[in-house]
Design a protein around this ligand. Structure first.
Ligand code: ATP
Length: 231
């Protein structure tokens, strides 16, 4: 494990090009996030937001520049223990043909019903689940029920929260929930994320008002960064 993984993240002159298409998705990106900060990343479609999240998750390595976690270059860190400490909510939700409980507990060996319920509450999906006859035993997928887009997103958020990670990354995962539910989730997260690092990729300006820092991407470059008041 990374015993003193503090959740400081820094990009120094990071560039990344998708080899198959030759698209330069990130160009000379530099920023730093202190442990415990809430950082929002905004920008138009195709500006490189998901690519930035994917690089932090080490789906790809940067072509040049350095991404560091607590001062340690990402390629030198044990990938499994690192990923265990990062809760990632991808843009595309992956759910399994299994019950809701197992979809939330995915990848964890020992997890209690109380922990699953707390994660569902913080992700603002608990009440929806309680409305189903079989509650957390409700099957999803081919042989089960179909959740709405927003419910799927919130199950996916619960899955990330239950790990109690040091770092949370949300890739545009509130797009399918209404503004009120979004506010509820963000309020809950404010409590859950105290002292932890969170990165939220968003579209709505309302989502990011409370961010400690806002990074604005434009065609793969940082156009601006600062607080809501500064920008
Ligand atoms: P959106 O808001 O639509 O999700 P984004 O800001 O997250 O957009 P990215 O998904 O990071 O943008 O894409 C940045 C650029 O890289 C785009 O031009 C996109 O077409 C390209 N791109 C993204 N993923 C891939 C991939 N897997 N292979 C090749 N090119 C890609």
């Amino acid at each position: 494990a990374l015993p003193d993984f503090g959740g400081n993240i820094s990009f120094e002159n990071v560039s990344f090009t998708y080899q198959d298409t030759g698209i330069a998705a990130l160009k000379d990106i530099s920023f730093s996030i202190q442990s415990g900060q809430f950082v929002a990343v905004i920008g138009r479609t195709g500006s490189g937001k998901s690519t930035l999240a994917n690089l932090i998750m080490r789906m790809y390595d940067a072509d040049s520049g350095t991404i560091s976690i607590d001062g340690e270059p990402l390629p030198l860190i044990n990938l499994n223990s690192y990923r265990n400490q990062v809760g990632f909510v991808p843009q595309e939700v992956f759910l399994f043909s299994d019950n809701i409980r197992n979809n939330i507990a995915f990848g964890l060996d020992t997890v209690t019903d109380a922990e699953i319920e707390a994660a569902a509450r913080n992700a603002a999906v608990y009440d929806n689940i309680m409305d189903f006859e079989l509650k957390f035993d409700t099957m999803l997928g081919e042989r089960g029920i179909t959740l709405s887009g927003g419910q799927k997103q919130r199950v996916s958020i619960a899955r990330a929260l239950i790990k109690e990670p040091r770092v949370l990354i949300f890739d545009d995962c509130l797009s399918a929930v209404d503004t009120r539910t979004e506010e509820e989730i963000l309020n809950n997260l404010g409590n859950v994320m105290k002292g932890k690092t969170s990165i939220l990729i968003a579209h709505r300006i309302s989502t990011i008002r409370k961010a400690d820092k806002i990074i604005v991407l434009e065609e793969g470059r940082i156009a601006e960064q600062g607080t809501h008041d500064e920008l």
